[in-house]
Design a protein around this ligand. Structure first.
Ligand SMILES: Nc1nc2c(ncn2[C@@H]2O[C@H](COP(=O)(O)OP(=O)(O)OP(=O)(O)O)[C@@H](O)[C@H]2O)c(=O)[nH]1
Ligand SMILES: [Mg+2]
Length: 660
């Protein structure tokens, strides 16, 4: 590309290029840092193109506007296929080559090959279904031709017409970001339609007006010169009004930036030609027809624009593009900065914490209710304890009913043996009875625990649900959830409330059941050696010898009844003496049993506390991360604004340079 001598401005092309490349380098890092891979790729392409010093101009427009014919007119030969039916189906790049040739580049890296120029139509049109199928495999056709305009690294790209079909429109819109300037071809007989106006918007966003030319073709269809002039000024007016609209949307109607923009872009450059007549004139060497086609005037302009001004135009386009990229990035950083406000995640944590606090209250409430059940349970158990003296007495009487005492046992040294034997028998009996009473107390106690188990079950259901919610809100759901309390308590019993209560009761109490049984039995039995203080003496023999037998009989009966009375008295005494201690022990036992449920609830309180702590920590971490992200976005935004501001200054200087 020829570099015109820089005018007397401090901006030289090199400096501008250097500034743009440096800006793009930073923008690449920023876009990549934000994970915007598409934009990063675009930035990278822009940079490569600046460094390659190629200038590419695309000929664009609605379908059937005479785009291909116009390029053929420039080439002076019918090289690109043109037809009354929608024709172009690929991008055709016209580039400089001494010897005319065509290189067909296939899509997806499926190679390329050279064909004769006459074969071009076989690869690039959609005039027949077969041709269209082949064209759909072609990325682009490169036409080498000795076009003077293309001498200095300039390529002209013929594009498929817009609006005919979606795929073609996509191809054409896709190329916009990869070219430096565009020629919008408009038909004289339908000047600047709504869809062309909309398309202009894309062009303006991509390049700014300085890089868009308007070619109104087929003016030969308007034989009256005054009609031609009228059409050209109509197009010019419509384009200008569209540009004002664009400026108003982007800068605000009437603002300084608005007027600045309009001054910068200047008037649209509109040319009226007849591509058809120009081509015919060139091919048939009909100078008059060529002159009437008005192509020579446009060629003179293009000569300047594509060779002398192209470097400047390219720089301007690149600068506009950098500004556009900056705007996209600024919006993104602003969006992320707003999203990084910790309040958003804080609100969620707040409601979660409130939920867990409520769960804590429920737990404390359940614990209180369980505790409230205890006195009632004790009251129901007490009668069994109070009946103990009576029960033991009855059992003792029965055990001592028929004592086996002989006359020989009346010897003083044998009496203690008799007493011991009776006591052993009595102890055995009493032990059995107190074990039975203990079993009864145990069963009653378990029954009294049932309402507590029910309370626990109801709370466990709520606990599990809330904790599962808290966990999933805090941790990625892939984590295995903790074993639900309900399951731990008694398996998954669904809605079988009774079975569930039974299960809870047993899971909770079973562990300590043997201990409790022993404790209760101990509580209800007599201490070892309880009758050690009982002393019995046999009645001394007296009276005449002949009456000895009867006397002995009397003595035996007396011994028996003494032993019985002594043991019963001692038993009553011992039992009576220990009743208040037993009552206290029973109270302790009931409290102990109920505390098993209390402990279960206490453990859930611990878990809830841990969960709340975790929320607090997570929240602090999140807040810190959000703050950091916010700062990072702010710094990025600041840097991007800097690049944008510098690029805008550059854009102003470059357009001043163009006007000079
Ligand atoms: N009268 C007249 N007809 C023209 C002119 N330019 C193009 N045509 C005709 O308009 C029709 C379409 O021309 P093309 O050059 O194929 O148009 P295109 O915009 O390339 O069409 P697509 O590739 O399908 O988008 C052809 O029949 C041309 O002969 C012109 O300046 N005057
Ligand atoms: Mg075409």
């Amino acid at each position: 590309m020829t570099m015109p001598a820089p005018p007397s401005s401090f901006v030289t092309y090199r400096q501008a290029e250097f500034a743009l490349v440096a800006g793009l380098e930073r923008l690449y890092a920023l876009a990549a840092g934000l994970g915007l891979s598409d934009l990063a790729r675009q930035v990278h392409e822009a940079r490569t193109r600046i460094e390659q010093h190629r200038f590419t101009i695309a000929v664009v427009g609605e379908f059937k506007r005479g785009k291909s014919t116009f390029i053929n007119a420039l080439l002076g030969q019918e090289i690109l296929p043109a037809d009354v039916a929608p024709t172009s189906a690929t991008l055709n790049r016209v580039t400089y080559g001494l010897k005319p040739a065509v290189k067909v580049v296939f899509k997806e890296g499926r190679g390329e090959h050279f064909v004769e120029i006459g074969q071009l139509a076989d690869y690039v049109t959609k005039l027949t279904p077969e041709a269209e199928a082949l064209a759909s495999t072609v990325e682009e056709a490169v036409v080498y031709y000795p076009v003077p305009f293309c001498k200095n690294n300039v390529d002209i790209i013929d594009t498929p017409g817009l609006s005919d079909d979606v795929a073609m429109t996509k191809v054409t819109l896709g190329i916009l970001s990869r070219v430096d300037a565009a020629i919008l071809v408009i038909l004289a007989t339908s000047p600047f339609s709504q869809s062309e106006a909309a398309f202009l918007e894309s062009l303006l966003l991509e390049y700014g007006l300085g890089s868009v030319l308007f070619v109104v073709t087929a003016i030969d269809r308007l034989p009256q010169p005054k009609d031609r002039d009228r059409i050209l000024s109509t197009v010019s007016d419509r384009v200008s009004s569209r540009i004002r609209q664009h400026a108003a949307v982007h800068f605000g109607d009437g603002t300084e930036a608005y007027h600045d923009y309009l001054r910068r872009v200047g008037e649209p450059r509109v040319f009226g030609i007849s591509g058809h007549d120009a081509l015919t004139g060139k091919v048939t060497h009909d100078g008059e027809l060529l002159a009437a086609s008005r192509l020579p005037e446009l060629e003179a302009f293009l000569e300047r624009f594509l060779t002398k001004e192209s470097a400047l135009v390219a720089l301007r386009t690149h600068t506009e593009r950098v500004v556009g990229i900056c705007e996209t990035l600024e919006k993104e950083t602003a969006r992320r900065r707003a999203a990084a406000v910790p309040a958003a995640s804080g609100a969620e944590a707040d409601s979660l914490d409130a939920l867990l606090r409520a769960l804590e209250w429920l737990a404390q409430d359940a614990a209180r209710r369980v505790d409230d059940l205890r006195p009632g349970a004790l009251e129901r158990l007490r009668p069994r304890l109070q009946a103990l003296p009576e029960v033991l007495r009855g059992a003792a009487e029965k055990a001592l009913e028929r004592l086996d005492v002989q006359a020989a046992d009346l010897e003083p040294d044998r009496v203690p043996g008799v007493l011991a034997a009776c006591r052993a028998r009595l102890d055995e009996r009493l032990q059995m009875v107190s074990a039975q009473v203990a079993q009864g107390v145990y069963e009653e106690l378990t029954a009294q625990c049932r309402p507590a188990a029910e309370e626990l079950l109801v709370f466990a259901g709520t606990f599990d649900r809330v904790m599962a919610h808290a966990r999933s809100a805090l941790a990625p759901p892939s984590k295995t959830p903790p074993l639900p309390m309900v399951a731990r308590l008694g398996g998954d019993h669904g809605f079988e409330r009774r079975a569930a209560v039974e299960a809870v009761l047993h899971t909770t109490l079973d562990e300590s059941a043997p201990l409790r049984r022993t404790a209760l039995t101990e509580l209800l039995s007599l201490p070892r050696g309880w009758a050690d203080g009982v002393e019995i003496r046999a009645v001394q023999p007296s009276g005449p010898k002949f009456a000895r037998k009867a006397v002995d009989l009397y003595r035996v009966e007396k011994l028996k009844s003494d032993v019985k009375a002594g043991l019963l008295r001692e038993l009553a005494l011992q039992v009576e003496k220990s009743m208040s201690a037993r009552d206290q022990a029973l109270g302790r036992e009931v409290a102990d049993t109920f505390s098993v449920f209390g402990r279960e609830i206490e453990q859930t309180l611990e878990k809830i506390g841990e969960q709340r702590e975790e929320i607090r920590t997570k929240r602090q971490k999140r807040a810190a991360a959000a703050e950091q992200e916010g700062r990072r976005m702010e710094e990025m935004g600041h840097e991007i604004r800097g690049i944008r501001d510098r690029s805008q200054v550059l854009a102003r200087e470059l357009s001043a340079l163009g006007a000079a």
